[in-house]
Design a protein around this ligand. Structure first.
Ligand code: ADP
Ligand code: MG
Ligand code: ZN
Length: 628
């Protein structure tokens, strides 16, 4: 392999050398040397009509008997000394008209060597470029490489990852343990005749540690880890993807036992026959090849394919058939305990001071993935480093959390007193409404400090991670979402655009209640909206499964629901307007009010100072800000 690569290189050098020598020869051959004495003699015989010296080359026109000029081009060893010695003779002949043309161009122009030198340089540059190209393509012909899979062997930083590096995720690890065991002692399984799955699909939202788990499985089993991203198969040219798939499995067979990891498999594994526009031929070929390869290797070869996706619903069913990716491992967002463990893993390589309580942080980050948590600690560390502090504190984490969830605080944004008042009234409307809604999650934090897109925010804490909402809870969420707008209408006599996001969300909730969850009497327990997001390509052409009449009823019912919630909210805020105004004053004075301070205010107590953990707590567990 190595030698074969050298052959064209050697050929190239040889050709270059030949050109160089030949060019030299060419120049030397054409210039026969004429002895010095002979030139002098020609002058003395008054035969020279024109005499031009250029560099070392002289061109002479000689008079002959026939009257025809003879042109001689020859070399002169030392033109400068020739000129000096012949000066008087030349001048004399010029004056008498014997010599008609005389020109002397001193050293300029090119010597034969100078002419071949640029050629050589250009040649070397070409050689260099070619060598670069070769080394990048890392094989004889760059075109051969097109169909090769761009795999990465091993772990990027070379650090071995094991299950110990994956915090939480106990169920996921237990499922993978089986694979690890099989790769370690395949005989144990094959003797009994047990079938170990060819492929496992890791399913979960981005950042939940799918890639990490796959790496850890390879590290734990002590086998090679061959990874590739699904999008690496995708290419404009038909057949390339398929040949890359073939190459991937060939590579794996060579280094087995191994784990092949296909990240973002949905890029290749989409349902066939879907997608708008042309060009699915290539995708289908690639997928077909993947199916063929999955069936192709025998169970004794010691290869297991892990794949990751966050959209299992769009995968082709053939991929999920037994014998292929017949097992799915759900990699979910971590719970409180998992979050704490992940935080511990990532806090290990950071300097953390005594104020940091990772338990509290974990409690405050519902819905965060492993990647989010790692990012949170990193943001905190950056804040500490920016202020030249040796370790990161709870305050840094607090600020980092707010920055991540709502964007950096825009303290510098100039706001007039009137703007602030509008924002304060708006947020107070949300908060007071929430306080008087029995099933609503409690208020955690209210602020009129602008962050990201929003001018202010009211945060509340979802009680549990489950998304199972009752009709009453959903209705009360609509009421609280309208709180901002209602407060503006009641106490400003005018309304602002700040509520547009609230209104969007309230409308969507109402629509879901009516048309998706069958929560309204008139339409009955019928779902008119199909679940999930629209997957362009598959659902694009599906028609509405209900009549225009039903569509009209849905719209009417949604409006009725929103109107009812609006009235409800107006009653609440009118009744408690003294408390609302007290909150507005507190917000204008302090900019932020914690959950505890807010409850004190609502109970008619005076405002105390906020404690550091209270501040943090108040934010944290909040995952849903009510913006605007
Ligand atoms: P995915 O592939 O699911 O999108 P990754 O495996 O790439 O997510 O995870 C991104 C990063 O998040 C990892 O490099 C790791 O730092 C962190 N992470 C995610 N889950 C965990 C976990 N359970 N334990 C420790 N770190 C985690
Ligand atoms: Mg990943
Ligand atoms: Zn709002």
């Amino acid at each position: 392999m190595k030698n074969r690569r050298l052959i064209p290189l050697i050929a190239y050098v040889v050709v270059l050398a030949v050109i160089f020598l030949w060019a030299n020869e060419l120049f030397n051959d054409s210039l026969t040397q004429m002895p010095y004495s002979q030139v002098v003699e020609l002058f003395q015989q008054e035969q020279v009509r024109s005499f031009v010296v250029e560099d070392q080359t002289i061109t002479m026109n000689l008079r002959s008997e026939s009257g025809q000029d003879i042109v001689i081009t020859t070399a002169l060893a030392s033109p400068e000394s020739f000129r000096q010695e012949m000066h008087s003779l030349l001048q004399e002949q010029l004056d008498s008209g014997v010599l008609e043309i005389y020109d002397f161009v001193p050293e300029k122009g090119f010597s034969p060597y100078e002419l071949t030198l640029p050629l050589l340089v250009v040649g070397l540059i070409l050689l260099f470029v070619w060598a670069m190209f070769m080394s990048r393509a890392n094989s004889g012909n760059p075109l051969n490489n097109f169909g090769k899979a761009r795999t990465v062997l091993g772990v990027p930083d070379g650090k071995k990852v094991t299950f110990a590096d994956v915090a939480g995720a106990d169920e996921e690890k237990a499922e993978l343990q089986e694979v690890v065991d099989f790769l370690k002692n395949p005989d144990k399984y094959t003797q009994i005749g047990a079938r170990i799955p060819h492929g496992l699909l890791l399913v979960g939202p981005p950042g939940t540690g799918k890639t990490l788990l796959a790496r850890a499985a390879a590290g734990e089993a002590g086998v090679q880890f061959l990874s590739i991203s699904g999008s690496d198969f995708v290419e404009m040219y038909v057949g390339v993807g398929a040949s890359r798939v073939r190459d991937l499995f060939d590579q794996a067979k060579k280094i087995a036992p191994a784990i092949i990891f296909i990240d973002e498999i949905d890029a290749v594994g989409r349902k066939r026959g879907s997608g708008l526009g042309g060009g699915h031929d290539e995708k289908e070929q690639t997928l077909n090849q993947l199916l063929v390869e999955m069936d192709g290797f025998s169970r004794t070869e010691g290869i297991i394919v892990l794949a990751a996706t966050n959209r299992p619903d769009i995968l082709d069913p053939a991929l999920l058939r037994p014998g292929r990716f017949d097992r799915q491992i759900q990699v979910g967002r971590p719970d409180v305990k998992g979050r704490e463990e992940i935080l511990r893993v990532h806090a290990k390589d950071k300097k953390v001071d005594g104020t940091v309580d990772l338990k509290v942080v974990a409690r405050s980050t519902a819905g965060f993935t492993g990647a989010d948590l790692s990012n949170l600690l990193n943001e905190g560390a950056i804040l500490a480093a920016r202020d030249n502090r040796p370790a990161l504190s709870m305050e840094d984490l607090n600020e980092a959390l707010m920055k991540i969830t709502a964007g950096p605080a825009k303290k510098s944004r100039v706001q007039t007193r009137k703007d602030l008042k509008v924002t304060a009234i708006h947020e107070a409307g949300h908060a007071v409404a929430i306080y008087h809604l029995p099933t609503h999650d409690p208020v955690r934090h209210i602020t009129i400090v602008p962050r990201g897109q929003s001018l202010g925010a009211t945060w509340y804490l979802p009680q549990d991670d489950s998304a199972n909402l009752t009709r009453n809870q959903m209705y009360e969420q609509i009421v609280s979402l309208l709180g901002g707008r209602v407060a503006e209408a009641l106490f400003l006599g005018d309304i602002s655009v700040g509520a547009s996001n609230d209104i969007d969300r309230a409308t969507k909730l109402a629509r879901d209640m009516v048309a998706r969850y069958g929560m309204c009497e008139k339409l009955g327990t019928v779902s008119y909206l199909d679940g999930g997001e629209v997957f362009i390509g598959r659902d694009y052409q599906t028609t509405k499964s209900y009549s225009e009449k039903v569509a009209g009823t849905i719209d009417d019912e949604v409006k009725a629901l929103i109107d009812r919630a609006y009235d409800h909210c107006r009653r609440l805020l009118t009744e408690h307007q003294d408390k609302l105004h007290a909150l507005v004053d507190a917000l204008l004075e302090k900019e932020s009010v914690t959950g505890q301070q807010f409850r004190d205010l609502m109970e008619g107590k005076t405002l105390g100072a906020a404690s550091a953990t209270d501040m943090f707590d108040s934010f944290s567990e909040a995952s849903e800000p009510t913006e605007g």
